[in-house]
Design a protein around this ligand. Structure first.
Ligand code: GTP
Length: 316
């Protein structure tokens, strides 16, 4: 049984700027809820009962929202890195807060997937694995960690390269046995992708892959966040979605998986295509936005036309 999880949510999210100047990437709203909340609910549905959020960059943003997890029906605690420890260092640091000593599910904080955690857990147990990586196949693997398999076992791990040997990639969700986590050096920067996996393979540890080709998206940059939002809305059979208390003029056109935040107002004749409007924003009459992010509480004056832009975000 896997009951414990660690969410890696401490990265700086540089590719997601300017959205991440004030908000850590995992706290960015995806159809009105932080990406992290989607992951927590997925973990809970698979039987996870305690989660440690491994935070660093803008760590203060997480606690008021998630508290101790009461509202989400799961125990949540926080391992704060004063300076970022890298993904491996973060896992070692966060594991100290877990009460259970069984295997641990580890999530990259920026992945949206429909893969079966239950089947990944079952594969881990059936294989008697030390580590089980969720893998998925992509067309262009150059931007990802790529594995070669020997049966279900991982034969090699290659982080981001020009000529990847396969198109099977590390999809950012692992199960680690506790003794493997306990071998990661503490208090120093360690990358699980660049250091821990290659070391485990070199040592002959039982590192298995679990290939699942259902929906997977790495929400690494603003374009991916627009796509994730659109995919979630369209998969529910809608053209758009809106938060509580928002109002959209009947003559406005809001489509292509746009999301209008809570309390936002969209004026007459406005057109919003694949755009994300923050809570409390005001979109004036005849505004025309395509693939645009509007920050919370921002007013967009009437007749404004923009494509592929960010309105109202600080730029420090
Ligand atoms: P970029 O700066 O755009 O590359 O984004 P990132 O900082 O989020 O890095 P990346 O996408 O490679 O990180 C994958 C996941 O690990 C994300 O969910 C990050 O929040 C998390 N992460 C990366 N580095 C650290 C770290 O040093 N500590 C913790 N706690 N989490 C990290």
């Amino acid at each position: 049984m896997v009951k414990s999880a660690i969410l890696l949510v401490g990265g700086m999210g540089t590719r997601m700027q300017p959205l991440t100047f004030d908000t850590p990437k995992p706290m960015l709203p995806l159809v009105g809820k932080p990406i992290t909340e989607h992951q927590i609910m997925k973990a809970k549905a698979a039987g996870i009962t305690e989660i440690v959020l491994a935070t660093s960059y803008l760590s203060d943003v997480f606690t008021p929202y998630f508290g101790r997890g009461e509202k989400f029906g799961i125990k949540i605690s926080y391992a704060v890195e004063e300076s970022a420890l890298g993904t491996g260092g973060a896992i070692a640091n966060a594991a100290k807060l877990l009460t259970g000593s069984g295997p641990v599910m580890i999530f990259n904080g920026d992945v949206l997937s429909n893969h079966s955690l239950e089947r990944q857990i079952a594969a881990h147990e059936e294989n008697g694995a030390d580590v089980t990586l969720y893998l998925t196949e992509v067309e262009d693997a150059r931007a990802f960690g790529v594995v070669e398999l020997d049966g279900a076992r991982i034969a090699s791990f290659n982080e981001k390269m020009e000529n990847p040997p396969t198109n099977i990639i590390n999809a950012g969700c692992y199960i680690f046995n506790r003794d493997i986590i306990d071998q990661i050096p503490e208090g120093v920067v360690v990358s699980v992708e660049r250091e821990t996996f290659p070391v485990l393979l070199a040592r002959g540890a039982k590192v298995y892959g679990f290939v699942d080709n259902s929906y997977w998206l790495d929400i690494g940059n603003p374009g991916a966040l627009l796509k994730a939002t659109r995919d979630l809305i369209e998969s529910a059979g809608h053209e758009m979605a809106q938060g509580k208390g928002s109002s959209i003029d009947p003559t406005a056109v809001v489509d292509q998986g746009s999301f209008v935040g809570a309390g936002a107002i969209v004026g007459a004749g406005a057109k919003l295509h694949q755009s994300i409007i923050g809570d409390g924003a005001i979109i004036g009459a005849n505004v025309d936005l395509t693939r645009v992010f509007v920050a919370s509480e921002t007013e967009v004056g009437e007749n404004t036309v923009r494509e592929g832009d960010f309105l109202g975000f600080s730029s420090h």
